[in-house]
Design a protein around this ligand. Structure first.
Ligand code: G6P
Length: 622
């Protein structure tokens, strides 16, 4: 989704480079055009906007023969929603005078009526975007006030707007002022010495500062070189202490790997360890984050659970359904957030809603959860991002502690989400008296060795004995692949298929293995390879039968199997072995070779693995 960067400082400096570098750190959010606006030495705002990658923008900026020092600027990466991704629709958007400039992330829902109103007043629009109305609304308020008070103009303009926004605004009449505002969509202020920054995301700020103020909904930030003020849209000042970010800059760099995705796949053992750290001790489970919700009595009368999530987090939620139902015997429904919101869901105080969102900013999930809260449902959030929007809607928050994930596709955050959901399932089972101390010790023991087991998969894949990359190279020209699994193997298959289509653009679908014969088997022929998740489980024999049905149709069979399973050899053309674990935990191991497979196929096809086409890291519009 769109990314915002802004800078204001007391001394003249190379603002252009600061903005371009900031934008490069936001690339992973997903975008299709980019632009910057910098205050020039003659008091003019210099705009550069280009469709495509940031490299195109850099080339345009470099053509500008007079790069100059400045004190103020804003930049933006745009993920198109209203209007094609071309130069004119790229942000920043100027007002009619060219002196005011705005960057925006979100959707202005009433933009059509505002545009007509502003056009009737004589404002002239250059782009097809919803965002441009903001520039003209602010212009109207700004020039309508004799004091040319930019903060007041921004507040006045935003009071007319419905929808979602994070914005940054600068004016050539205020070289020492950058205004930000947020109503849904993340926006963070980075506090420096004699300089301040505005950004959508932490990685864009890390080089400059670790002290940040995270804007909440309906807040305006007034950034001046000497300090930052927060206020509501109606001007009431807000006091907030800055938060210190403990991510190191290295965590947000590639560290010698060709892509963030492969770095993050390799970081999974550590990510998983961090998810478990402090939460399992001596065979016992400790979730202090649950104390408050436990004492509030909100969990006492829970009759059912709904897991609300999107994309990969949705698959994590599907795996959690199996675990929670098994351990706590509470019925669990997993629903994709975009459907949940509009299906008039039956939720109330007896329905626990679990929101799974690594970014904590996915609009569909936020909107759904907000509605569930309105119906009195208690909410537990599982997220990676401290103080993200979902945390403010939750009665309890379980953090993944996975560190920054820059690759657009979720890998380590998936593994960590699943692990945290297991812990939550064990917790609910224990609360319900359905897990004995002995069982808890067995489950936690199996969980604790998973990081080592993932490490073994990775070590093998990184060695000369690796079979995944050669297999991926052989499969790189395939047009379509089918993934199957049963029980927890089914969401594992779905996630394997999603990874492949997201980064390699090969058509891939996941099915419950037993369902394939009821229709989708018609897709199979010798040109459509099948990936079967057939790790040790109570449905292993059934999956093997399903594999045989496919084998009879000449499809190439790739099986993810448990080490020591020699029998599977007679049914498979290729086998990706994973270590043995309890059935319920098998997705955490089986997913790893599938991630590596998708990665190597994508690399073999020459795809941009870190920034797949059309995708955004966090989707902040509905
Ligand atoms: C986007 C990303 C997916 C991600 C989904 C949910 O679509 O491209 O990789 O799984 O959002 O993200 P969340 O942050 O809510 O887990």
């Amino acid at each position: 989704m769109c990314g915002i960067i802004g800078y204001v400082g007391s001394k003249e400096t190379d603002v252009t480079s600061i903005l371009l570098e900031g934008l490069s750190k936001l690339e992973y959010r997903g975008y299709d055009s980019a632009g910057i606006a910098v205050l020039g030495s003659e008091g003019n705002i210099k705009l550069h906007r280009r469709a495509g990658k940031i490299a195109n923008l850099v080339a345009t900026v470099e053509e500008d023969v007079t790069p100059e020092l400045s004190t103020l600027g804003i930049g933006h990466t745009r993920w198109a929603t209203h209007g094609r991704p071309n130069d004119i629709n790229a942000h920043p958007h100027p007002d009619c005078t060219g002196g005011l400039t705005v960057v925006h992330n979100g959707i202005i829902e009433n933009y059509a009526e505002l545009r007509i109103e502003l056009q009737q007043e004589g404002h002239s629009f250059q782009s097809d975007t919803d965002s441009e109305v903001l520039a003209h609304l602010i212009e109207r308020a700004y020039f309508g006030d004799a004091n040319h008070d930019l903060v007041l103009a921004v507040r006045t303009a935003l009071q007319r707007v419905t929808g979602s926004y994070s914005i940054g605004v600068v004016s050539n009449e205020h070289p020492d002022l950058l205004v930000g505002a947020r109503c849904a969509g993340p926006l963070i202020v980075g506090i420096g010495e004699g300089e301040q920054f505005l950004a959508s995301d932490i990685p864009a700020l890390l080089k400059h500062t670790r002290r940040v103020l995270i804007l909440e909904e309906g807040e305006v930030a007034v950034l001046r070189p000497e300090g930052v003020k927060l206020m509501t849209l109606y001007g009431t000042e807000i006091e907030r202490e800055p938060t210190t970010i403990d991510w190191d800059t290295e965590a947000a760099e590639k560290g010698g790997y060709p892509y963030f995705v492969i770095k993050e796949i390799n970081e999974q053992p550590d990510a998983l360890r961090r998810a478990l750290t402090g939460r399992i001790r001596d065979g016992k489970l400790r979730l202090p984050e649950m104390e408050r919700i436990e004492h509030s009595g909100l969990l006492k009368n829970i009759q059912r659970i709904i897991v609300v999530a999107c994309g990969t987090s949705f698959h994590a939620g599907m795996i959690a359904k199996y675990a929670i139902e098994k351990w706590a015997r509470i019925p669990v429904e997993t629903i994709t957030a975009a459907e949940f919101r509009y299906c008039d869901p039956i939720v109330g105080p007896d329905t626990l809603c679990i929101a799974v969102t690594q970014s904590g900013e996915t609009a569909d999930t936020l909107v759904g959860i907000r509605q569930a809260r309105e119906h009195g449902a208690p909410v537990i959030a599982v997220t990676n991002i401290v103080s993200s929007a979902i945390t403010r809607l939750a009665d309890a928050v379980l953090y993944l502690q996975a560190g920054p994930e820059i690759g657009v596709v979720a890998t380590k955050s998936f593994v960590s989400s699943v692990a945290v959901l297991y812990l939550l399932g064990l917790y609910l089972g224990e609360q319900r008296g359905r897990i004995t101390a002995e069982q808890m010790s067995e489950f936690t023991g199996a969980l604790e060795i998973l990081p080592e087991q993932i490490q073994r998969i990775l070590d093998h894949a990184n060695s000369e004995h690796d079979s995944i990359e050669p297999l991926a190279k052989r499969m790189a020209d395939t047009n379509s692949m089918i993934f199957i699994g049963r029980g927890v193997g089914y969401p594992t298959a779905l996630e394997g298929a999603l990874k492949l289509k997201e980064i390699s653009y090969i058509h891939a679908e996941g099915f419950p293995a037993g369902e394939l014969k009821h229709g989708s088997i018609a897709l199979l022929d010798e040109h459509t390879p099948l990936v079967a998740v057939a790790t040790a489980s109570h449905v292993y024999e059934k999956v093997v039968s399903n594999i045989q049905e496919v084998r009879a149709r000449d499809a190439h069979i790739i099986v993810v199997a448990t080490e020591g399973d020699e029998r599977i050899r007679q049914h498979a053309d290729d086998i990706l072995y994973v270590p043995a674990t309890m059935e319920v935990f098998s997705p955490l191991l089986a997913s790893v070779p599938l991630q590596l497979f998708a990665y190597h196929v994508a690399v073999a096809r020459g795809c941009n693995v870190d920034q797949p086409r059309n995708l955004a890291k966090s989707v902040t519009v509905e």
